[in-house]
Design a binder for this molecule. Sequence first.
Ligand code: NDP
Length: 265
Amino acid sequence: MTDRYAVFGNPVSHSKSPLIHAAFARQTGQSLTYEAILAPLDGFAASLKAFAASSGMGANVTLPFKEEAFRLSTQRSERAEKAAAVNTLTLSGGEISGDNTDGTGLVRDIRSNLNYSITGKNILVMGAGGATRGVILPLLGESPAGLTIVNRTVEKAELLQRDFASIRVSSYKALKGQSFDLVINATSSGLTGELPPIPDEIFADNALAYDMMYGRETPFMRFAGERAAIISDGLGMLVEQAAEAFFIWRGVRPETGPVIAQLRE
Ligand code: NDP
């Protein structure tokens, strides 16, 4: 029987993960299937159990089940513990191993695909939701000069500071007069066509502006287009987090460049 993998979400039909993992499997000569499974909002645990019982070996988890996947995991990586969310599950012998590959995906995209070194840089992350929590540990692992989290609701950013003592927290207003080498948009403001209220001078010389969203040009990308040296959307992060999951499951690291190029077409 062919090894079975899947992505669970609700909604899930928009997910590019089946395409990405099929491309990885072809490229590396691995024999596996990867499908998208729509789990009912109150039925993720049951869907996962049924999948494991029918030879499911691993799963990716997308909105809104990442926190539930964390709770269901019988063992977790440090990345998952710090993120308090799980996007990659390995199913074996009744154990559910939870990991979070989102932050590693972001760091790899910035470092390897954009050839931008994070070490010694001054970083600003906008937003204090699940995506931000997931990327803090891998970003700190690159030894930046500093990491500031700015959020509309400052209290949410302050909660993050309890778990990551070395980060700084700011309101948008307090950013006036400051500039950063790497500005990451981890808000969902692109969905509503809004631009977080960042000052004009936010980008230092040679700054990289990174938007975690992909598939559309956000107001942040347009703003950065006129001011930052390098601009990127989050498609590379998506492919890199998938590659990390593939590596966890199969022990083989696929080449991501051709898959990113294929998706961009
Ligand atoms: P959450 O809903 O958990 O958090 C949303 C955040 O956006 C909050 O901090 C919220 O602030 C902030 N926000 C929303 N609207 C605005 C606005 N108009 N101005 C300023 N701040 C705003 O979302 P996630 O953290 O899960 O996801 C964030 C983004 O990251 C999404 O667009 C998602 O698609 C993307 N993402 C991309 C991935 C990839 O692989 N490329 C992986 C994971 C996520 P407040 O707290 O004040 O409400």
